[in-house]
Design a protein around this ligand. Structure first.
Ligand SMILES: Cc1cc2nc3c(=O)[nH]c(=O)nc-3n(C[C@H](O)[C@H](O)[C@H](O)COP(=O)(O)O)c2cc1C
Length: 220
């Protein structure tokens, strides 16, 4: 299976220190997935690798031949992924604007009928729990339903080193088990939904709207 980890920060500032915590949290998820579920492809999607600055124009709003190469490439990756790990810091008690902005470039048809896992973190004591609340709604609307377990990482700078490994070796088992619970749920659903997608085309069950979102509206 293909698993994408979305790194939900494009912060280059310092302070606040330490530098972008999202890197180490994403790496920690990647390490756990590779260790616990070998045989899958795991890729971290870094918003800094995608030029989405300036005007906002979603990938699906371009005529097919004019989609900027970076967006077209990422759209293909999203389409061929089986599950998504959404890693977000908490900014002003909300999910990361960088993550929302990147995801907003793509239509739900690329994400839907697949699971996601919510991973939040912060430099403070709440671990991004408040950001996670709105992420459930956001990801449900995209169609990549978040599994019930979530990962919240308070003081992430004290837990993981820059290369994504547990700083305190004595605590590694605990952190592994904590991450594993959520990611194992996601893998379970990813395998199940992959089998079902191969059996029944989701678009035959729930047709995509072709000219306007109002096609989903209740009859007048
Ligand atoms: C604009 C901004 C808003 C923040 N808001 C919160 C917050 O609401 N709750 C919290 O726990 N930490 C907050 N923080 C601190 C972050 O948890 C900390 O800076 C963390 O490192 C951000 O993740 P990043 O380094 O991957 O960008 C905020 C940081 C910034 C820059």
């Amino acid at each position: 299976m293909n698993i994408l980890i979305f790194l939900g920060s494009c912060r280059t500032s310092s302070p606040p220190r330490p530098k972008r915590l999202g890197e180490r949290v994403s790496l920690a998820c990647s390490h756990l997935l590779n260790r616990a579920f070998p045989g899958n492809t795991v890729e971290i999607i870094d918003p800094l690798d995608y030029d989405t600055g300036g005007v906002f124009k979603p990938e699906f709003a371009y005529s097919r031949k004019q989609v900027p190469q970076q967006l077209a490439t990422l759209a293909e990756k999203i389409k061929h992924a089986d599950a998504y790990v959404m890693v977000s810091p908490e900014y002003n008690h909300s999910m990361s604007p960088a993550l929302a902005h990147l995801l907003n470039h793509f239509g739900s048809s690329l994400f839907s009928f697949k699971p996601s896992a919510i991973v939040t973190y912060s430099a403070g004591q709440w671990g991004g729990a408040r950001a996670a609340v709105s992420m459930r709604t956001f990801l449900s609307e995209l169609g990549c339903l978040p599994v019930s377990a979530m990962i919240h990482l308070p003081c992430a700078q004290d837990v993981f080193s820059e290369d994504g490994h547990t700083i305190n070796a004595e605590e590694q088992t605990h952190w592994d088990e904590y991450l594993h619970r959520t990611l194992a749920q996601m893998i379970w659903w990813a395998e199940a939904s992959q089998q079902q997608r191969n059996k029944v085309d989701p678009l035959m069950v729930s047709k995509a709207f072709t000219h306007s979102p109002s096609q989903r509206n209740a009859p007048k």
